[in-house]
Design a protein around this ligand. Sequence first.
Ligand SMILES: *[C@@H]1O[C@H](CO)[C@@H](O)[C@H](O)[C@H]1NC(C)=O
Ligand SMILES: *[C@@H]1O[C@H](CO)[C@@H](O)[C@H](O)[C@H]1NC(C)=O
Ligand SMILES: *[C@@H]1O[C@H](CO)[C@@H](O)[C@H](O)[C@H]1NC(C)=O
Ligand SMILES: *[C@@H]1O[C@H](CO)[C@@H](O)[C@H](O)[C@H]1NC(C)=O
Ligand SMILES: *[C@@H]1O[C@H](CO)[C@@H](O)[C@H](O)[C@H]1NC(C)=O
Ligand SMILES: *[C@@H]1O[C@H](CO)[C@@H](O)[C@H](O)[C@H]1NC(C)=O
Length: 430
Amino acid sequence: MRFTNATATAVLSALQVANAQTFTTCDPTKKTCPGDSGIGNGKPFDTDFTKVTGTDAPTGWTYADGTTMSYDSTNGANFQISTKTGAPTISTSQYIMFGNVSVYAKASPGTGIVSSFILESDDLDEIDWEWLGSNDASVESNFFGKGNVTTYDRAIYHPIANAVTGWHTYNIEWTKDYVKWYVDDMVTPVRILAYDDPKTIKGTQFPQTPMKIKLGNWVGCADAAAASDPKTEGTCEWAGGPASFDSGASYSMYVKNITISDAGCGGTYTYTDQTGSYGSISSSNEGDTCGSSGSTSSAAASSVASAASSTAVELPTSLIAGASSGTTSAAAANATTTASASASSVPAGVSPASGNATGTGSGSGSGSKNATSTGSGSSGAGATTTKAGGSSSSSTSAPQITANSASSHKYGAVELAVMFLGLGVGYLVM
Ligand SMILES: *[C@@H]1O[C@H](CO)[C@@H](O)[C@H](O)[C@H]1NC(C)=O
Ligand SMILES: *[C@@H]1O[C@H](CO)[C@@H](O)[C@H](O)[C@H]1NC(C)=O
Ligand SMILES: *[C@@H]1O[C@H](CO)[C@@H](O)[C@H](O)[C@H]1NC(C)=O
Ligand SMILES: *[C@@H]1O[C@H](CO)[C@@H](O)[C@H](O)[C@H]1NC(C)=O
Ligand SMILES: *[C@@H]1O[C@H](CO)[C@@H](O)[C@H](O)[C@H]1NC(C)=O
Ligand SMILES: *[C@@H]1O[C@H](CO)[C@@H](O)[C@H](O)[C@H]1NC(C)=O
């Protein structure tokens, strides 16, 4: 890390105030939320942006507020910024529960400009690739758990040639046991984050809830004023200094194609409790419809995601009450306890359907112990002012509710409150 402590603090506060890209419309670790429509592991979801015509979002993608895009047959999707408030961002309409994502991209040049390819969940687990337009020699990997931005010590800069001026394939392989980041191949990861890495705080900060894939280009440092404003100076320093829009300058990140494989079972992914642990995530798809054409490695995630099924969607009132009171309830803290206390709401890992190998991992409840969801995100929730991108999530929840009325009615009213949580990726939308 190149930051001094003071700078890191400045970055932290800047992002908490300024962030708008990373947010959640409903945090399932704090309240009941609509389920997440899953892609499922039947077949990869590929998008070839060089084949897109027009400017509407391609099938399966959603534009953040204020996003305009163009597409061409040579470079694919053009995430172009030509003003200091530009922040074109697209996200998948559906979620994955572990899996692989590969993006063939050329990051945006330009001092102060930040390109990003991230996976992000409703409770603000996050896995990132980011590029600084001022740095053609490296790409950054990063992760966050449950929106915890107490520290900024998880980013790693990986040296690669032509990080900004060249095309590369960037991969994320995400399982319950690890996250691996790869550049240009799926053989030698440039980074491996194990579930029990010390930085995951015993797994509690390991990204492990259903994720959308988001691609975007944004202005990390708008101008000289931002560079001297205590609230944004840290971000500005990180971004390499103020962006220049003199003489009609514009900056484009290009993405030719993306391949997404969901290791989970698809259907609707539901947080069966408020721990935010992978063992608490169920899929509405039964085991027999899941994994039949999936890859071999999907077994673990499939069983995690499939076990609870539609019958286990309903949360026991005691669990809701206990968890929402602010402390993690005893039941939530131990999957086994939950199961015996309330046979109808079995955390995925405990169900017999989760089988042998995965039962050990998820059934142990190691991820759900010590659920640390409360508090962390609230530090960033003070970022009240900006609005952007709010529609992307809420518009995708709506169809889920109609499509899955069985589970949605059990969950009650849809939460539409928009919470802005500070995170490592921040749009400076003024
Ligand atoms: C992810 O990629 C790895 C390496 O190519 C492969 O072994 C694994 O099966 C893939 N998983 C999914 C869910 O596609
Ligand atoms: C993405 O584009 C690159 C470059 O044209 C190509 O080599 C690769 O096969 C493409 N991937 C997919 C999944 O279409
Ligand atoms: C959780 O469940 C396991 C298995 O039954 C048990 O050994 C352990 O003591 C429990 N832990 C807590 C905190 O209840
Ligand atoms: C499940 O258990 C059987 C029998 O113990 C074992 O042969 C098999 O390898 C296990 N499956 C996995 C995925 O570990
Ligand atoms: C929670 O985790 C912390 C740090 O990992 C540990 O010190 C503490 O004992 C855990 N608390 C419980 C209740 O397991
Ligand atoms: C947030 O992360 C820090 C370290 O990165 C950790 O010390 C702290 O316990 C975490 N907070 C929560 C609520 O998990």
